[in-house]
Design a protein around this ligand. Structure first.
Ligand code: 13P
Ligand code: SF4
Length: 358
């Protein structure tokens, strides 16, 4: 994936081949210089760069050794023998790489790269829930911080959430913290969902037994919650042949009104193998540009520029500074790491529906 050319000029030409319709030429020239320097230092330091599908096109197509969705990058982090690991993604992803690689240096190019879902729940919230529902297994979405993962039995991503839930033979599962993903998975698995309430009777029958199947949390992705069914209707009116794809962090109504829903990589693969001329992607906008660069014959419709403000923090400039100055080093306290590691490994043992591109 990474464009490890022998000169800035060669790097520029390689990037231009892929990105000429997506990135203005002056920007490409400047970014090729940065990409060349990043790849040079990366080789010198024996580093690996992991890039999430939401990275901006010039970065996405030039410096990562591996690109993918959260699950694929988690698997790559588990397999790499390179050190340091530079994570072009958000903090919870870099933390997961550190959980899997305690002896390696994990670098995140910007400390501003957070996530509204990860910020929506604390370890204390999970401890309270476990007291409220003793013995009920706890599944956490990978979009959480290490101390939250440490309180949970297993991690999941958008590409394996249903399989992870079904791996439990119990009737009831706590699923945290994404409300919409939980509702989408509830529909997929046929499980009834409720949300925790201060009322001790909510969700219990007259004997005090839990009578529901999935216990959720009110976390939301600040990007995916913006998309509406009205958006889809308007685009379909104008382009009746459009294929609409929605990430499962979108509301259940939006997912229902779409033609396909899946993880970021699942959406990329869906566009690659489908013959339709135009697509509407209800997810972070950079990914639409990344797909457009690889599928020039297909049209990617844009609602507007819906960028994740956290993913957007990761730039080529900061990635270069990260490699040059060893910043920002991600650490996870060992007692938390060991418990979070168990939950991550349990997920990795379940198997992967898609493979990373390299
Ligand atoms: P994926 O696991 O589908 O890449 O999703 C990560 C994410 O943060 C989506 O907003
Ligand atoms: Fe978090 Fe949403 Fe950004 Fe993904 S797109 S990192 S879920 S805020």
């Amino acid at each position: 994936m990474s464009i490890a050319e022998h000169s800035v000029d060669a790097t520029y030409h390689k990037m231009r081949e892929r990105l000429k319709d997506v990135v203005p030429d002056a920007e490409l020239r400047y970014k090729a210089e940065l990409a060349f320097e990043i790849n040079r230092i990366k080789e010198q330091r024996r580093a690996v760069i992991l890039g999430h599908n939401y990275m901006e096109p010039a970065l996405f197509h030039s410096v990562p050794d591996f690109t993918g969705d959260s699950l694929e990058l988690c698997r790559k982090a588990a397999q790499t023998n390179k050190d340091p690991i530079v994570f072009c993604g958000v903090r919870f992803m870099a933390e997961t790489a550190k959980i899997l690689n305690p002896d390696k240096t994990v670098l995140l190019p910007s400390l501003q790269a957070g996530c509204s879902l990860a910020a929506s729940i604390t370890a204390e919230d999970v401890r309270i829930l476990k007291k409220q529902f003793p013995g009920v297994p706890v599944v956490t979405y990978i979009n959480t911080y290490a101390d939250v993962k440490a309180e949970c039995d297993i991690v999941c991503t958008s590409s394996n959430a249903a399989a992870v839930i079904e791996s439990f033979k119990t009737d009831t599962v706590i699923f945290l913290p994404d409300e919409y993903l939980a509702k989408n998975v509830a529909r997929e698995t046929g499980k009834h969902i409720i949300f925790p309430s201060k009322d001790p009777l909510v969700g219990k029958n007259e004997n005090g037994d839990i009578e529901y199947k999935l216990i959720g949390w009110h976390g939301k992705c600040e990007v995916h919650e913006k998309f509406t069914v009205e958006d889809i209707r308007n685009v379909r009116k104008q382009f009746p042949d459009v294929v609409v794809l929605a990430h499962p962090e979108c509301s259940p109504e939006v997912v229902e009104a779409s033609d396909y829903s899946g993880s970021t990589t699942a959406m990329i693969k869906y566009v690659e193998k489908t013959k339709a001329p135009r697509y509407l992607l209800l997810t972070e906008c950079s990914m639409g540009d990344n797909i457009a660069a690889e599928n020039p014959e297909k049209e990617m419709l844009r609602l507007c520029s819906v960028r994740c403000p956290h993913m957007n923090q990761i730039t080529l400039e900061d990635t270069l500074a990260s490699l040059r100055e060893n910043r920002y080093v991600i650490n996870v306290p060992e007692d938390i790491r060991v418990r979070a590691h168990r939950a991550v490994m349990r997920m990795l043992e379940i198997g992967s529906p898609v493979a990373a591109k390299d």
